[in-house]
Design a protein around this ligand. Sequence first.
Ligand SMILES: [Zn+2]
Length: 178
Amino acid sequence: MEMRFRRKFEAAHRFIAGENAGTLCSQPHGHTWFVTVTLGYRKPKHLSGFTNTLLPFETAKKKWHQWIDQNVDHCFMYNSKDPLLEFMLKENPNGRHLVVQGDPTTEVIAATFKAKFQSFLNEIDTDLVCTSILIDETQTNSILFEGDPQEHLPRMSPSQSYWWNRPDFSTNDLVSFA
Ligand SMILES: [Zn+2]
């Protein structure tokens, strides 16, 4: 038994790394994205016979949708090495800047979002796990991610705390990326 919910957001990005730099995706551009979260029990568990919910939908979605609506919606997603980031931090210091190592592809966004949702979920109920994240970047292109984000995200310093592992509203670690 799994619970599933979906949210829409608008965001821009561009790619700068390697062969990506020569493609149309090197042009800053926006998409209307949809993120679909699926969650379920880590181990089979009986419904209570009382409330009979995995978790009330409202409880499961509240912080996640706040994060999406107030921090991710209308953000620009950057490769931490993108020179545009430094410029935008000066021009629009209070803007919404989502930063990852390497190009902000739908693949890396799906992995960071799965880690972020799980960090929110851990605050509510440790019997529940985010089983997948589906990101629709366009009406025809999607990434489904069902694995362990820590095994799929780019190899980074194990000692650092990254925004996707913290149950706060962050979308970057600009102090440590600086
Ligand atoms: Zn794109």
